[in-house]
Design a protein around this ligand. Structure first.
Ligand code: E4P
Length: 226
């Protein structure tokens, strides 16, 4: 499962990249709004930092197919080929996904709340389909199960599309989908930090250090003992 950062805060992205094995960055219009910088200004900065080999996912705003296509072309021109244009799976969006894939532009089908949306996006050629796990949970349904169903639908229908699960609120949701072998998860920096945070591990490491220092003296390590 690929691990992707769902944020555009460049300081946080740099910090998370320095610690975790990260494959790319996703954004959406609300995330851009929260950060407050002009979209291309910050997205170009992110592209420069992550390099050409990491994925960057950027969403269109237009509701018409003509508008979405124009935006998609500009996004690729500004941010490079390894950029995935996020297209909401609406009626117009489906049309755009088909056209963009014919043009060999990378597509992440987004705003997915149902298995059928994902199936249609996959059949239209999108490389990724992004179900919103936590938002689906908040509707009283089971977001993790919807993401698993989509993974199965792609496999059973021989579609190459991968699930890029989004909208996580806790480590448990991520773990469940990791165990299931979905293609990718895009996760906010806070939730990514939670993937490794564990007080038991901290106590275990602290106790190892204490024992070693009783043996070799305070402040000593394997570097300066006999
Ligand atoms: C990603 O494609 C989505 O835009 C994002 O993960 C939604 O997350 P949220 O439900 O926390 O806003």
């Amino acid at each position: 499962m690929k691990l992707i950062i769902d944020d555009v805060n460049i300081e946080k992205i740099k910090d998370v990249f320095s610690i975790f094995p990260i494959d790319g960055v996703t954004s959406n219009p609300s995330i851009l709004y929260k950060y407050g910088k002009q979209p291309y200004e910050i997205l170009r900065e992110i592209r420069e930092f992550i390099g050409e080999n990491s994925e960057l996912h950027v969403q269109v705003i237009s509701e018409s197919s003509e508008g979405m296509l124009k935006e998609a072309h500009k996004i690729i021109k500004e941010l490079g080929k390894n950029t995935y244009v996020k297209i909401p799976v609406t009626r117009e969006g489906l049309k755009v996904i088909k056209i963009l894939r014919k043009e060999e532009i990378n597509v992440t089908a987004t705003a997915i709340y149902t298995q059928m949306q994902a199936y249609l996006a996959g059949k239209a050629g999108a490389q990724y389909a992004a179900p919103y796990v936590n938002r689906i949970d908040n509707l009283g349904a089971n977001g993790v199960q919807v993401a698993k169903d989509i993974h199965d639908i792609f496999e059973k229908n021989n579609l190459k599309t991968e699930v890029l699960a989004a909208s996580f609120k806790n480590s448990q949701q991520v773990l469940e989908l990791c165990k299931y072998g979905i293609g990718a998860a895009t996760i906010s920096p806070d939730v990514i930090e939670g993937l490794i945070k564990n007080a038991c591990v901290d106590v275990a490491v602290e106790n190892f250090k204490k024992d070693f220092e009783i043996l070799c003296g305070q402040g000593n390590t394997m570097l300066n003992c006999r």
